[in-house]
Design a protein around this ligand. Sequence first.
Ligand SMILES: Cc1cc2nc3c(=O)[nH]c(=O)nc-3n(C[C@H](O)[C@H](O)[C@H](O)COP(=O)(O)OP(=O)(O)OC[C@H]3O[C@@H](n4cnc5c(N)ncnc54)[C@H](O)[C@@H]3O)c2cc1C
Length: 815
Amino acid sequence: MPKELPTQAQVVVIGGGAVGASVAYHLTKVGISDVVLLERKTLTSGTTWHAAGLVGQLRASHNLTRLAQYTTQLFEQLEAETGQATGFKQNGSISVAPDKERFEELKRGASMARRFGLEVQVITAGEAKSMYPLLNVEDLVGAVYLPKDGQINPTDVTQAMVKGARMGGAKIFENTKVTAIHQSGGAVTGVDTDNGAIKAEFVVNCAGMWGREVGQMAGVNIPLHACEHFYIVTEPMAQVPPDLPVLRDPSGFLYVKEDAGKLLVGAFEPGAKPWGMDGIPDDHEFETLPEDWDHFEPVMRNALQRVPLLEQAGISLFFCGPESFTPDTRYSLGECPELERFFVAAGFNSIGIQSSGGAGKAIAEWIHKGHAPMDLWDVDPRRWMPFQGNSVYLRDRVTESLGNLYAMHWPFLQPVTSRNVRRSILHDKLAEQGACFGEMAGWERPNWFAPPGVKPEYEYSYARQNWFEYSGEEHRACRENVVLFDQSSFTKYLFKGRDVEQILNRVCANNVSVPVGKVVYTQWLNERGGIEADLTVTRTAEDTYLIVTSGSQQIRDYSWLKSHIPPDSHAFLTDITSGYAMLGLMGPNARTLMSQITPADLSNTAFPFATSQEIELGYAMVRASRITYVGELGWEIYMPTEFMPGIYETIMEAGAQLGLKLGGYHAVNSLRMEKAFKHWGHDIAEEDTPLEAGLGFAVAFDKNEDFIGREALLRQKDQGLKKRMVQFVLDDPEPLMYHEEPIYRDGIMVGSTTSAQFGHTLGASVGLGFVENEQGVSADWINEGKYEIEIACERYPARASLRPMYDPYAKRPKA
Ligand SMILES: Cc1cc2nc3c(=O)[nH]c(=O)nc-3n(C[C@H](O)[C@H](O)[C@H](O)COP(=O)(O)OP(=O)(O)OC[C@H]3O[C@@H](n4cnc5c(N)ncnc54)[C@H](O)[C@@H]3O)c2cc1C
């Protein structure tokens, strides 16, 4: 180990656990050898040393699965490369289902796994028993087997990655604590340690459960909080063969792993115990926490029922150690929006070993290439809102995050902890009207409205849930009459100054050199033509634009635009989300209703589609924009927040004779699916271009200014498309798609759905999804195919269309 701490390095990695080791290793693999890894105590002494070492591959999205899959491939060859044994073995894993709902979840997962290229088998309880003789299968309805899942020794694999990193030139320092992060001009410049300072071009925060604290040193928000995490290990037993697969019984909140002739039983129980509320003690190193048998006992009871041999087993170890969890049970990976060249890979929610290989590779490639190597929005630090760094919010939420790993992943599942953080000013009024709220980025948003006498509470299921018909009525009211949606959670920025038109024309693919009052739908692209944002830009004055994007993009889109404002420009970007509320009044009777409460001329001549005006409404002045996300005639009404209750009352009163209904976000989603309106983060993201997504109409190739991504799109136009977004409707009205369902064309898997919802006008489940073909995807190729969608391992015939099947020529919003 080198003694002298260098004063300079290209990359400083903070933290010597599995993740830091992997980042250092992969940096050397992409040719960056000037790497210094700093560990405050001993390598692996944080959380890594006591991990159970399960290495699963299936994650909730394609790219996160790709990263986990890569980890397995790395672990397969690391010993040969470094000479350091890792204890890796691939006995596979079996997940069991004691009821049909869990089996449906596992089968939907298996369909997803197929799409992601993982080997997977849906097996009977009897087959599970033959693969895992210790299993009690009496109550099981089925299981899923992933033959390539494995297990590893976490300390050894970390040491192997450290050895590999050293072989590639990285320098590793133990007993060196980072005490401060330096920055200048919005970018990181180095770190202070208790052994001296190091200047650095890049700093990567891999500090595990200390990640939030290290983030704070840099003024960066990394929401995570530790929880106690438990397992027990038995005495060795002759009946335990070394080739036993890993067993997961999610409904029993447990997993079982063979461990040198013993069984290790671990827990993902509901109601976890947060830990480290007063900070993590400075001397924490290879530390264990006191056992809590009362807490573990319900899981142990389930384990005894599932693996009866455990009744005879002596327990050699009761283990409890801390691990970091995040508000959405997903880790943070990537460059932080608050500070350029400061990266994070932390908050691994108990999958840090199996994620380490992929996470390290992604960070290394990101630093090397200057952009994310793939769409990593699921784990992007730009998804966090500032309030999510609040320690009380975190402490309460992580009690739920740990159990989430094995909880039922019901469609539309809402968290139950740390709620009511961000509320629209109409919240209580909407609650009185029966709103059932869902959470998004801390916002409480009405998802559906319960009629009088019905409790506004979810009853979850994979089939039609209890709100299906109520939401259907909202949907139909929007198609046939008029509906009011509270859309206050939409993000709004004001962009003002002499240079903003020019800046926006470079950032937007569409042309924003438009008359005052024009609403422009546009994408923001990266140099590769990929879609970084999908939003509207409204010119409200010569030198002012109102930018409206979705609530989840508040930090991300702000940081994208800000990073593209050249220094010394006369351009000022302000987030006005909290100051401006928004109501969407949508449906064929929207004009009739609006006309009763505004003197403004709302005719097509005076107020055409895609325009915006300041008008009188009730006693207030509002900005009304004639634009829609539901595909009907309507206006988005923006107003300073304090006017919203009055305007709401005015609209409700005037709407009463017309039969105005309130609508929730489930209806919005169902309406937009029928129109094939895309949703950034679900349907489209930075790896998809507007041409592939069917958004070429919003690209102004002919505008005077060059825009980011233009060259890439022109190249793609020349070369032809290899994937395209298509709308699908199932022939059978019964089955429900949600997302990631495999799509088959003439019996061959060509893609998967990106989002889906029941379409109450089209009368069946409607989905969007990319279809791919190396030889090209012409309209003929798409139209000539026969399609099926796989749901829970069964295929259902579907119709496919490049144009929206509802109102294909967009006549209704322009009526
Ligand atoms: C009981 C249990 C079972 C688990 N089982 C599994 C499993 O089966 N599979 C799986 O994939 N995962 C599992 N995990 C999770 C896994 O252990 C973690 O996700 C993983 O170890 C996280 O690695 P890390 O490198 O992010 O964090 P750590 O290993 O905690 O490393 C972070 C390092 O940063 C150092 N550090 C902090 N602050 C500073 C500073 N200021 N300066 C310098 N260094 C600093 C710390 O000392 C620490 O060593 C389990 C966890 C627990 C608790």
